[in-house]
Design a protein around this ligand. Structure first.
Ligand SMILES: O=C(O)C1=C[C@@H](OP(=O)(O)O)[C@@H](O)[C@H](O)C1
Ligand SMILES: C=C(OP(=O)(O)O)C(=O)O
Length: 434
């Protein structure tokens, strides 16, 4: 599906969708529990994959009260059953990694697969770790990529692994490790990238009554723990990666004389992507975050380039690159090599697609520099690369580009922000089906 985005001005109030990262963890934690409800979950393609996995392991995910924002899960109580069928994780790396470790607990084998993008992403270090912890884990093509076969009762222990491929490997082992006999201690061989995502995990585990902690060399979770959220339910906060597109839209295209874009549901949490507030502020946007009210307002200013380290916040790269193309001077996005391991190589994707719109961009292995200027971008056909974040970031650029920008693969926003196009339209953007 293609969308046309024409140069437009935006203003008004909207609501952040619930966090994808918190929702995945809450649904799986509820699966590890006897029973739990998840309040205000994100219902999207990726989180549906995690729901399917919980069902495949013998849990029951009751969606009948989703209209009132409640997902009821009867869990598998720490003992995942051997699934009747292959688990299709579709486009979701988080599901694949977290379910790999869960499946390794079962007394039998679980097979995981996904779409073309997912089947090209790396899982090797997680498979090695599962084997070191007493389970079985194989890539059918022996290249560390899905399809994966895991199982044979992971028992726990101590493991050493790299931290610079995906933090989701740590999350997966902490969540599964809590219900093993021995617990899991992870020693990291390299610096941990995307570290705030493990903070999110530790926060969710704590809310489900599970203790996990940072150590000098990595993380540790004791075995023999049970998952049980206080009061029986867990509430998901708003998603700051999704908020980044709305705030960026306000920063680059706010109606002049208006308050800009106000986003509700922007409560503080462990999400590293709250860094978008600081980045836009440093670039010169008129931005104001009322943390207590959970309200973020973003309007335009005279934007200029800055340097941003995305080691902790890989999912912000497309948004920052799009705003950088509109700002004056260089925006240098550094420490971004791990951003190449997502749904697509997002460093190359943003370099190539922004160039189509007329931006000057320099791509290096670990750095993306957008040489912004006040000379305008010009709308043309761009490719969302089957990647939700690339499509949404290009829409932000499309608000400013002269004429019309036509974005292919627009349907992929369903992965994390199904209402994205409708919200943009409600804010006054000129968005139409192509
Ligand atoms: O754990 C999570 O919820 C996520 C961790 C990050 O991935 P990596 O840890 O692979 O960088 C992030 O990019 C992804 O969108 C969500
Ligand atoms: C990389 C992402 O998610 P995942 O790793 O779950 O596919 C993302 O949402 O940007």
């Amino acid at each position: 599906m293609k969308k046309h985005v024409s140069r437009s001005r935006v203003s008004g109030r909207c609501r952040a969708p619930p966090s994808k990262s918190y929702t995945h963890r809450a649904i799986l934690a509820a699966g590890y529990a006897d029973e739990a409800t998840v309040e205000d979950p994100l219902v999207s393609a990726d989180t549906r994959a995690t729901m399917r996995a919980v069902s495949a392991f013998g849990g029951t995910v009751d969606r009948s009260q989703l209209d009132s924002g409640t997902l009821r899960v009867d869990g598998f109580d720490g003992r995942p059953a051997v699934p009747d069928d292959v688990i299709n994780c579709e486009n979701s790396g988080t599901t694949t990694r977290l379910v790999t470790a869960a499946g390794a607990l079962a007394d039998g084998l679980t097979v995981l697969t996904g779409d073309d993008s997912l089947r090209s992403r790396p899982h090797g270090p997680l498979l090695d770790a599962v084997r070191d912890l007493g389970g079985r884990a194989e890539s059918t093509r022996r290249n560390g990529q899905a399809p994966l076969v895991v199982g044979d009762s992971l028992s726990g222990g101590t493991v050493s692994m790299p931290g610079d491929v995906s933090s989701q490997f740590v999350t997966a082992l902490l969540m599964a490790g809590a219900v093993t006999g021995e617990g899991v201690e992870i020693s990291l061989e390299t610096e941990l990238k995307s570290a705030p995502y493990v903070d999110i995990t530790v926060e969710v585990l704590e809310a489900f009554g599970v203790d996990a902690e940072r150590t000098d060399s990595g993380f540790r979770v004791a075995g023999g723990q049970s998952y049980s959220p206080e009061g029986g339910s867990y509430a998901v906060p708003g998603d700051f990666s999704s908020i980044s597109y709305l705030a960026a839209a306000g920063a680059v295209a706010a109606e002049s004389g208006s308050e800009g874009v106000t986003i509700d549901g922007a409560h503080p949490s462990a999400q590293g992507d709250t860094a978008i507030v600081d980045v836009l502020d440093r670039m010169g946007a008129d931005i104001d975050w009322d943390r207590a009210a959970g309200e973020l307002r973003a309007a335009g200013g005279s934007l200029s380039g800055v340097e941003v380290d995305v080691g902790d916040t890989p999912d912000l790269l497309p948004t920052i690159a799009a705003v950088g193309a509109v700002a004056d001077g260089d925006t240098r996005i550094v420490n971004c090599e791990h951003v190449r391991l997502k749904e697509t190589d997002r460093v190359s994707a943003m370099a190539e697609e922004l160039r189509k719109l007329g931006a000057e961009v320099t791509e290096e292995t670990d750095t993306l520099t957008i040489h912004g200027s006040d000379s305008s971008l010009v709308g043309t056909d761009v490719d969302g690369r089957g990647d939700h974040r690339i499509a949404m970031a290009l829409a932000v650029a499309g608000l400013v580009a002269e004429g019309t920008t036509t974005i292919s693969g627009a349907e992929h926003v369903d992965v994390s922000f199904p209402e994205f196009w409708a919200v943009l339209d409600e804010l006054g953007a000129n968005v139409t089906d192509a």
